[in-house]
Design a protein around this ligand. Structure first.
Ligand code: GAL
Length: 548
């Protein structure tokens, strides 16, 4: 079976609309709806009072109609009475309620309230016949710099480094007189005079990810006795302070939201998300928890309708790549509020409309379908910590976009391809590509060498392995594997960037203006191909056959 449906926010509508909604869901072959995501102010109108009557009715209605509930804990959007635990920006501005996601996961008051509402929901609904799955929170992503975060960050650092001397070594604090005498002296990377320390910035993102994960796990443990799978929907993109590869090990089922940015390339963008989600899921089921029905909102802020048939093609793209569920945001368009113009399965104009008809057709086509289990012989390594490292303002060029490069390589690799975290097992792949893998721990170095030694073809590019996981420069760290000596890095030369190399065992297979730009090196039983500049046409270099 494939999960099919979307976010339903019945609290925005009078109860008289709910029966119509459920009748329409049946017409559209919906079997799962996410409920309660933004309903905290309804469920707990004051700190001391709860109102579950409306949610009882909603869940009963779903159960009576054979529709499952993916029941959310509402902690992504605290009610207006919540004031003790609001987030603070890097500039020191405390945010005011009025939108959503205004919380600090390290604020004790917020943690306590989150666990309380999760406990009440678990107590009331764990045995409800509509309950299929728990949806903790929504798109974790608020970065905060408050004093609670400072305390928690110091604890996190103490756990990771043990001794301030280790922290000083990892963060290279002798540069600009940043040596710490104790963990108590460390602050979150709040706004400062000039460039921040890249290792400090990177560790703060790791810390924020772990702190939010702690908030998730606390709620997961509360709802888990119900025996239903527990998940949270991953938001994607460079701003998201969540290390999804790590989180994927903590959710019962990986769930991603996907909002491509262009109508023209939306299927390629969706394919990348789907392959990424499958990689995080590591062979287990994964779900597309949200995408917009029938439209794409571009980076210019314009929401454009997809051509007829494209909603079906979108669903097919996820399903072909192994999705166990295809869900939309949202079921019925909101009459008011910040997302009143967001596309919906039931638009303001009602069900007798092109989008409703097409989504209902998608639902009909999914009946009886079971999840695909694609297998690939080629893989792309995609590391979110490296993406974060590439965002640092101190780098010698601003011209590198790790995310866009990942997408371009994914497209060039064709299908099927697995998109994998750096610590995934690689032995079953004939070819592994790892463009722009700037940040490389000794574990990653060892894993890549072992993969090639065992007979794999590895494709690396310029700017790989420039630093360790603490952003400390590691010159020549790949030379033995590449069979070249990299004598200097030339950002802005060649195409975007050129590594100036002297072959030392590798064969030069392509030159640009007389300089080697593609080399191949036999290493153990395998082959390493190295692209020293950002070639426009990468596809010819993504075949494992040359290593034969
Ligand atoms: C998602 C979010 C939804 C809704 C949607 C709009 O990121 O989870 O609540 O805001 O975006 O596209």
């Amino acid at each position: 079976m494939i999960w099919f449906g979307g976010d339903w926010n019945p609290e925005q509508w009078p109860a008289s609309v709910w029966a119509t909604d459920v009748e329409l869901m049946r017409r559209a072959h919906v079997n799962l709806v996410t409920v309660g995501v933004f309903s905290w102010s309804r469920l707990q109108p004051t700190p001391e009072t709860f109102d579950f009557g409306w949610l009882d009715q909603v869940l009963d209605l779903l159960a009576d109609n054979g529709i499952g509930a993916c029941l959310a804990t509402p902690t992504a959007s605290p009610p207006p009475w919540f004031t003790d635990g609001l987030p603070v920006t890097a500039d020191g501005v405390r945010l005011t309620p009025g939108s959503r996601d205004t919380y600090c996961v390290n604020a004790p008051a917020y943690r306590e309230l989150s666990e309380r509402i999760a406990t009440e929901l678990a107590r009331r609904y764990s045995g409800h016949p509509a309950l299929r799955m728990w949806h903790i929170h929504n798109e974790y992503g608020t970065t905060c710099f408050c004093d609670h975060c400072a305390l928690a960050f110091r604890r996190w650092l103490a756990g990771r480094y043990g001794d301030p001397a280790e922290l000083n070594a990892a963060w290279s604090t002798d540069f600009w007189s940043q040596r710490y005498g104790s963990f108590e002296q460390v602050q979150p990377p709040r706004t400062t005079q000039y460039l921040g320390n890249p290792a400090h910035l990177l560790d703060y993102r790791r810390f924020v990810s772990d702190a939010m994960l702690g908030h998730f796990v606390a709620q997961r443990e509360i709802v888990r006795p119900s025996g239903r799978p527990v998940t949270t929907n991953f938001a994607l993109g460079g701003w998201v302070p969540v290390d999804h590869a790590r989180w994927a090990r903590e959710v019962d089922v990986v769930a991603v939201d996907d909002y491509p940015a262009s109508v023209g390339d939306h299927l390629a963008e969706r394919a990348f998300t789907a392959d990424l989600a499958r990689g995080w899921a590591g062979g287990e089921p994964w779900i597309l928890m949200e995408h917009a029905p029938g439209a794409v909102r571009g980076p210019d802020g314009v929401t454009r309708a997809l051509a007829p048939g494209q909603a079906r093609a979108a669903a097919g793209t996820y399903l072909d790549r192994g999705a166990s569920g295809v869900m939309y945001f949202q079921w019925r368009a909101s009459r008011g509020g910040a997302e009143q113009w967001h596309p919906a399965i039931v638009p303001h104009e009602g069900p007798d409309t092109p989008v409703f008809r097409e989504i209902a057709d998608v639902g009909a086509a999914l009946r009886g379908r079971t999840p695909e289990r694609p297998t690939a012989s080629r893989a792309l390594l995609y590391d979110e910590q490296t993406m974060w490292a590439w965002q640092s303002p101190h780098l010698p060029t601003r011209d590198i976009d790790y995310e866009a490069t990942g997408r371009r390589w994914h497209h060039a690799l064709g299908s099927p391809v697995d998109v994998l975290p750096v610590d995934a097992p690689l032995d079953s792949y004939r070819l592994v590509a790892a463009p722009l893998l700037y940040l490389m721990s000794s574990a990653t170095h060892a894993a890549l060498r072992s993969y090639v030694r065992g007979g794999g073809t590895l494709v690396l590019t310029f700017a790989c392995g420039l630093t360790d996981e603490h952003c400390r420069v590691t010159p020549g760290s790949l030379d033995d594997l590449l069979g070249v000596r990299i004598v200097r890095h030339l950002p802005g030369e060649g195409h975007r960037w050129l590594d100036d190399v002297e072959p030392a065992g590798a064969e030069t297979v392509r030159r640009l203006d007389g300089r080697p730009v593609v080399t191949e090196h036999r290493y153990g039983q395998g082959l390493v191909r190295y692209l020293a500049t950002d070639l426009a046409d990468i596809a010819p270099w993504l075949s494992p056959s040359r290593s034969a």
